[in-house]
Design a protein around this ligand. Sequence first.
Ligand SMILES: C[S@@+](CC[C@H](N)C(=O)[O-])C[C@H]1O[C@@H](n2cnc3c(N)ncnc32)[C@H](O)[C@@H]1O
Length: 245
Amino acid sequence: MTDKTTPETESTAEGTPETPVRRGIKSYVLRAGRMTAAQERGLNDVWPKWGLTLADGRQDLEQLFGRRAPCVVEIGFGMGKSLVEQAETHPETDFIGIEVHAPGVGKLLDEADKRGLTNLRVYREDALAVLADCLPESSIDTLQLFFPDPWPKKKHHKRRIVQLPFVELVRSRLQPGGKLHMATDWQAYAEFMAEVMAEAPGFVNTAPAETAPFVERPGFRPLTKFEQRGERLGHGVWDLIYRRD
Ligand SMILES: C[S@@+](CC[C@H](N)C(=O)[O-])C[C@H]1O[C@@H](n2cnc3c(N)ncnc32)[C@H](O)[C@@H]1O
């Protein structure tokens, strides 16, 4: 995460009565950066196979993957390390990654191709627009949000992606019983997430009483690149898992 305010792009998507959230939260800053040859290859050569855009419209997940399978969506996968690992470890599950950072999208696609994965699709778009316009209601099993930008300064809290309208939108895309799994290494953001979720209707916190509102770091969550960096800096990690009722 960086605090600099340029360069950045505005989401050009128009809000609709169903998607007021898209006008409300600008949770990312686009960083300029050079791309490696592998990232370029991913973006240029592999993108046509697995890349999706807003213009593709509302998806039918069964048609998209050519089968009926549980679907996990990850927002802000960064360089995609943990998402690729999950897709490889769980061929029985379908995954959709959403990220605005082009080098990360390129890296994910290159890795997915090298590993021959067929159960992964990728958006290089604002996740809020993808949720609102592309994912059908009650369609996904798990929404993963791992180490979202914490926007630590108080004046930037409005840029945190976890806000009531966001989690209400997430709830509408989850199947009944589906999970929202968040993790952060920023304690104040973890507490903020728990406060937002306490306000959000239609979710049950899965944490046991001893650790609530947080859960022990689940073994099934692969280490992300950002988490690895945090570990080196001695940061703690907080996981929160809520079930749509
Ligand atoms: C702090 S990084 C964490 C990356 C990764 N999850 C990890 O743990 O290594 C947060 C990521 O979220 C992405 N992001 C933030 N807001 C987003 C949005 N609205 N749509 C898609 N991606 C977003 C950023 O581009 C950034 O790569």
